[in-house]
Ligand binder design. Structure first.
Ligand code: BGC
Length: 489
């Protein structure tokens, strides 16, 4: 097996005296191109839909854009040195499609590709493994002009772009992922219009999802022809718990789970969409060709899971098409983005994926929280809420590992404070503070805490179970149980 691919194998539960995470575990942080790079049109790059969206008045808070962002495009070497000082052995970043192919297809812009060659070489020189995301939402604007994710040709164009990257970098990159969070693109970009490309159309959302899955599969097929290492997909998962035991709330939670979680994983692993999607979308749910579903069901080498929160769900007929609403929990803490802090859910989703889709290697490819930090950092940044969030989620990850999940790595979201999409720079998720006036980077207390987690393989996390009880054995107290039990029957 290639030295670029983690060779730890299924880690198995560590003995009580050992630290909770095994040797060979990947400890990383994650970012995405448009959120940190800046210089979006430099060196011959084409515009992306996020460049266009952010420059359209009124769509991003405060009119903020990714024109400068963290200036990572010019400061990447400084940022890699910072990762090295923090002790990271892995880094997840995304490639801007329109830097490499300014119109999305056709002639390669070598200067754009060179940026990623230099970034990868710098990471490797510091002993940091790259995990490359091919698509983190910044579709080339020229392809949006051709219909974006509604156009069935996009699958082939995406595979062509992916193949360009595989040929350029697979000798140095051991881990690739195709799409980041297709649900967010379809829901935010095509159904509710709050993310690029800003459409609000019930009929478009299922088509966009399906074309993304076809593109994912086409890129995996291209990788099998030219790549030598590992490729996977990244989804964001949330346990959906019914707000009460009333049948309509239980049904709403099942629908929410089908819509957000199973809509993407069932086709990839089981070759079929969940039946609930027809109920949710009604006449807007098309009959997708069986041959396309067969193509979507391509074996992948690992799955990346982004986990932030759960959704306690109630029936709400005023909110079509899902007819469900998330209920605020009086006894829970919430982050600055209004997401409930629910660490146990991380263990639950990891265990659920294993039980429903089988025991493939899993990575937590994003986990983190926005909490208030001041705009400048002269006195350092003490962020105990973020430390607490990370600590409790890492304990939940350790629980899942101890319960037999083949968890191979964890990536904190995010390395740096960055452009939080339509919320602009207001919400700070970084382990490292960015002063947007000077672009100075200041590691927060959470970065120091995470360094200690890495150095001790989690021994500094304290007690071994997030719930304070026995290690978990199966998804508990929630809909994931019900869904797992219902299975495909
Ligand atoms: C996305 C990131 C985003 C983060 C926090 C994830 O959905 O992949 O790009 O910044 O969540 O909202």
């Amino acid at each position: 097996m290639s030295p670029l691919v983690p060779t730890a194998g299924p880690p198995g539960p560590p003995a009580a005296s050992q630290p909770p995470f095994p040797r060979g575990f990947l400890w990383g942080a994650a970012t995405s191109a448009y959120q940190i790079e800046g210089s979006p049109l430099a060196d011959g790059a084409g515009a992306s839909i996020w460049h266009r969206f952010a420059h359209s008045p009124g769509l991003v808070r405060g009119g903020e854009t990714g024109d400068v962002a963290c200036d990572h495009y010019r400061r990447f070497a400084e940022d890699v040195a910072l990762m090295s000082r923090l002790g990271l052995n892995a880094y997840r970043f995304s490639i801007s499609w329109s830097r490499v192919l300014p119109t999305g297809r056709g002639t390669v812009n070598e200067r754009g590709l060179d940026f990623y060659r230099r970034l990868v070489d710098t990471l490797l020189a510091h002993g940091i493994r790259p995990l490359v995301t091919l698509f983190h939402w910044d579709l080339p604007a020229a392809l949006d002009d051709r219909g974006g994710w509604l156009n069935p040709d996009l699958a082939d164009w995406f595979a062509g772009y992916a193949e360009t990257l595989f040929r350029a970098l697979d000798d140095r990159v051991g881990m690739w992922t195709t799409l980041n969070e297709p649900w967010v693109v379809a829901d935010g970009g095509y159904l509710h219009g709050v993310l690029a490309p800003g459409h609000r159309n019930l009929f478009e959302a299922p088509i966009a999802s399906h074309q993304m899955l076809r593109a994912h599969a086409a890129a995996v097929a291209a990788y099998r022809a030219v790549g030598r290492h590992a490729i996977g997909l990244v989804v964001n998962l949330e346990p959906k718990h019914p707000a009460t035991d009333r049948p309509e709330d239980l049904a709403a939670a099942v629908r929410a789970d089908a819509y957000m979680n199973r809509q993407y994983l069932d086709p990839v692993f089981l070759g079929a969409y969940p039946a609930e999607l027809r109920e949710i979308f009604g006449a807007a749910w098309p009959d997708f060709p069986a041959a396309e579903l067969e193509q979507i069901r391509q074996p992948i080498d690992f799955l990346g899971i982004n986990y932030y929160t759960r959704g306690v769900t109630r029936h709400d007929p005023e909110r079509p098409p899902l007819c469900a609403a998330t209920v605020r929990q009086l006894r829970s803490a919430y982050t600055e983005t209004g997401w409930e802090v629910y660490p146990r859910g991380l263990a639950d989703v990891l265990l659920w994926v294993k039980s429903r889709y089988g025991g493939l290697p899993l990575y937590v490819t994003e986990n983190g929280a926005a909490f208030y930090d001041p705009p400048t950092a002269e006195a350092g940044i003490d962020d105990p809420l973020r430390v607490g969030y990370l600590r409790r989620h890492l304990l939940a990850a350790a629980d899942a590992l101890a319960a037999g999940v083949d968890l191979r790595g964890y990536f904190a979201w995010s390395l740096l404070d960055n452009f939080e999409w339509s919320l602009g720079f207001d919400k700070r998720f970084g382990l490292v503070h960015v002063d947007y006036g000077t672009l100075a980077r200041t590691p927060k207390a959470s970065a120091r805490f995470y360094s200690e987690v890495i150095a001790s393989s989690g021994a500094n996390l304290g007690r071994r179970t997030a719930a304070g009880g026995a290690p978990l054995e199966a998804p508990q107290d929630g809909l994931l149980d019900a869904v797992a039990l219902q299975g495909d029957g």
